[in-house]
Design a protein around this ligand. Structure first.
Ligand code: DX5
Ligand code: ZN
Length: 229
């Protein structure tokens, strides 16, 4: 398994001061910036697009920006996010008419690519693309909103995905998104995840008014993961 990565979802950040929020979570030890894109079509919510990704790069953010597309169709926005400085792009297989082509668009630009599986979406789509992806992202809530409760059946699905990844022999990241907290992250890691998206648990941390305000929650998450591995 690869070294763990904490990827705060900026969906729960204070958008009025987004650049500073992102700088703060990175200074507190987060490795990736998870960027949730919603279109009020594929999911019933509307968030942020390529302009905001580009603005974070202009603000000086050099950490990987992990773009999670919850949009349909996907191809135009893939191109737009490539141009806006994304590092990895994942999309939902149901949202693309031609999954292989959409993955190839991302790969051709030299970015990491991956597929996202909703709680009720089976993993069989992976069978024909394991040699073409860098990330498998399992949703542990239904996509659309931050702050929802982790769906427990995701643990079994993570174990299944972990087996498939290990069998492939490729360094594919197993990412989990939704309801990840300090008190369940150890179980999630034990089930095979190595990349942990957390929105409300990080940006809503109780001590968020202190200096280095996200240090404590990210440290607690890393400690809980370290006990498992
Ligand atoms: C949900 C998004 C998630 C969300 C996670 O559709 O993809 O990234 O922001 O938020 P929490 O961690 O609050 O469940
Ligand atoms: Zn997400």
């Amino acid at each position: 398994m690869q070294a763990p990565i904490i990827a705060p979802s900026i969906l729960s950040a204070n958008f009025a001061r987004l650049g500073d929020e992102v700088s703060d979570v990175l200074a507190s030890g987060a490795q990736w910036v998870h960027f949730d894109v919603m279109d009020n079509h594929y999911v019933p919510n509307l968030t942020i697009g390529p302009l905001v990704c580009d603005a974070l790069r202009s603000h000086g953010i050099t950490a990987p920006i992990d773009v999670h597309l919850m949009v349909s169709p996907v191809d135009q926005l893939i191109t737009d996010f490539i141009n806006a400085g994304a590092s990895s792009i994942t999309f939902h297989p149901e949202a693309s008419q031609h999954i292989d082509r959409s993955l190839q668009l991302i790969r051709d630009a030299g970015l990491q690519c991956g597929l996202v599986f909703n709680p009720a979406t089976p993993l069989h789509v992976l069978e024909h693309v394991m040699d073409k992806i860098d990330i498998v992202l399992l949703m542990s809530v239904n996509p659309g909103f931050g702050g929802q409760a982790f769906i427990p059946g995701t643990l079994e699905k993570l174990r299944d995905a972990r087996k498939r990844i290990d069998l492939s022999g490729r360094p594919i990241r197993l990412e989990v998104d939704g309801g990840v907290k300090v008190d369940n992250i150890a179980d999630i890691a034990a089930a095979g995840a190595d990349t942990f998206v957390a929105g409300s648990a990080i940006f809503g941390a109780a001590n968020a008014n202190d200096a280095n305000k996200y240090d404590s929650v990210i440290k607690q998450m890393n400690q809980a993961i370290a006990k498992v591995s």
